[in-house]
Design a binder for this molecule. Structure first.
Ligand code: PHE
Length: 450
């Protein structure tokens, strides 16, 4: 079937869209609380190492797969496998990625809903002069109310599917251009505030003191998983965005910019938050509620606080929105490119399925809190751990092996278009270092090595 495929208008729009996919709740909500849960600096160090050693080369791999295939991940990998004379069943890798994206979206949308709720709270002025204990209580009240969570989860899903139904070119590209830089700007204001009233020294020490003795296997496992999550790797989002990328754009350079922006943003939010955590004697290991309990305190006590809070949560919502879209785009592209079903209908149908699964996530914060799926994890925790620590790294591993050992070297080099040294560096990391790192982590996870 021939099909008209859209392309990005230029390198910038691709970069911003991919950055829009990468920058999201992973940076602002998840990274800060994971740092706290996993012992601070040890986690940060391993996380940065994972971004550099595994994340960057793998992002290049994923873009190159997409651009060469010019198709959705499922048919794309199939086509590349046929071109490489490998088994067409490699397409299952694309299928796994599509499923992973939908699983992630089911909880991503619920958390996105928290952010929307916080926009309304900020507008109402609920944070004015708020104290730490009240802020924590407010957040716990939200979690205890399934109907409120459900309402905002529904709004978030509608927003996401609304854009997906329209396709890649309209609106989103333009919005990205303004909103991602705006997010950085507001973050700097927040950081400035945290520096003046928070305990920046303690935050810095907590996040960056080099204490190798604190590195635990669990921290390594979570850091690797989060490197994938944060850069949107291992499930085909970046691949499908790469498939809309024009041929002359340098993959390596674009990747490095995106990875840097993504990592910096997460670490800056972390600093701003931990300075407040320590100044207010809050617990750094509060878990998923961390930013929703700490940031209102900061906003509530600064001049123009309600306005800045409103802007901040709006930008976070926007960042979450652009990521959420990229979680469904692989599946929508697959449906549209293989069936007569329209983009609109497929977006609505997928949205409904993910929304239903999201309801179980909503309940896992209250009525079903004690329903454990595996290893004592509730539904939200199971979906989160399953996708971040298993499915994304597994997808990434298989993509690396496919590009490294099955595709023709010339074809790969053709896409990457690097000089000799650059290509060698990519090959060593893609073919040896990343696979070994991921496999080592898996062996540990399954208890095969202690
Ligand atoms: N990278 C996004 C974030 O950090 C989440 C995401 C993961 C998006 C995987 C797409 C694919 O919030």
């Amino acid at each position: 079937m021939t099909h008209h495929r859209s392309t990005w208008r230029n390198r910038w729009t691709f970069m911003l869209a991919t950055a829009g996919s990468a920058i999201g709740l992973g940076n602002i909500w998840k990274l800060p609380y994971m740092i706290g849960v996993n012992g601070g600096s040890a986690f940060v160090l391993v996380f940065i190492a994972c971004i550099l050693i595994v994340g960057i080369p793998l992002m290049m791999t994923e873009i190159l797969l997409g651009r060469r295939a010019q198709k959705n991940p499922f048919n794309g990998i199939e086509a590349l496998a046929i071109e490489a004379k490998a088994s067409p069943y490699w397409k299952l890798l694309g299928g796994m990625g599509m499923l992973t994206g939908l699983l992630i979206l089911s909880f991503y949308s619920v958390i996105g809903g928290w952010v929307l709720y916080f926009i309304t709270e900020a507008i109402k002025g609920s944070f004015v002069d708020i104290k730490a204990a009240e802020s924590t209580a407010n957040f716990n009240d939200l979690l205890a109310s399934p109907l409120t969570l459900l309402f905002w989860h529904t709004v978030f899903m509608c927003l996401t599917m609304g854009v997906v139904a329209r396709g890649v070119n309209s609106g989103l590209e333009k919005a990205n251009n303004i909103l991602i830089p705006a997010l950085f700007f507001i973050l700097l204001i927040l950081l400035g505030y945290s520096m003046s009233v928070g305990d920046m020294q303690a935050a810095y020490h907590f996040m960056f003191s080099l204490d190798f003795s604190k590195i635990t296997p669990v921290a390594v496992l979570s850091a690797l998983g989060h490197a994938f999550f944060s850069l949107s790797l291992g499930m085909g989002s970046v691949m499908v965005y790469g498939s809309y990328l024009q041929r002359h754009v340098s993959i390596a350079r674009t990747t490095i910019y995106i990875a840097l922006a993504d990592t910096m943003l997460g670490l800056l939010v972390g600093l701003a938050i931990y300075a407040l955590v320590f100044a207010n004697n809050l617990a750094p290991n509060a878990g998923p509620g961390l930013i929703f309990q700490t940031l209102p305190i900061a906003f509530g006590n600064m001049p123009w606080g309600s306005l800045i809070a409103t802007l901040f949560f709006m930008l976070v919502a926007f960042a979450a929105w652009t990521s959420a879209i990229s979680l469904v785009e692989p599946t929508v592209a697959w449906i549209v490119e293989n069936t007569k079903i329209s983009r609109k209908v497929s977006a609505v149908a997928l949205g409904l399925a993910v929304w239903l699964l999201g309801i179980t996530v909503v309940l896992s914060f209250n009525d079903w809190q004690h329903v454990k799926i595996v290893f004592g994890l509730n539904i939200f925790e199971t979906l989160d751990k399953l996708t971040s620590t298993i499915l994304l790294p597994l997808g990434g591993l298989l993509m690396a092996l496919f590009a490294g050992y099955f595709m023709k070297r010339d074809h790969v080099q053709d896409e990457l278009n690097l000089d000799n040294r650059g290509f060698k560096l990519w090959r060593i990391t893609n073919n040896y270092i990343s696979p070994i790192a991921i496999i080592a982590v898996f062996l540990y996870l399954f208890g095969l090595v202690k």
